[in-house]
Design a protein around this ligand. Structure first.
Ligand SMILES: [Zn+2]
Ligand SMILES: [Zn+2]
Length: 69
């Protein structure tokens, strides 16, 4: 997958690390009947989300909440 923005850690995180991280989250979500997803949603509440990839802006390499360029 090449979608996402290049300033986002998660979007630029390619390969086996991202795969296993995603797999782990999926297993965790299934194992807890989706509770973890709810927790993540709650944890993200109040955070600004990236309009491009919908990841928290905190995961982005931004300066003052704005993209570097
Ligand atoms: Zn992203
Ligand atoms: Zn993004």
């Amino acid at each position: 997958m090449r979608e996402g923005c290049r300033d986002c850690e998660r979007c630029t995180e390619q390969g086996i690390v991202g795969f296993f991280r995603g797999l782990g989250l999926a297993v965790l979500a299934i194992g807890t009947l989706g509770v973890s997803l709810v927790v993540v949603r709650i944890a993200n509440t109040g955070r600004r989300m990236c309009p491009v990839c919908n990841h928290p802006m905190g995961w982005h390499h931004t300066v003052g909440g704005r993209f570097k360029d």
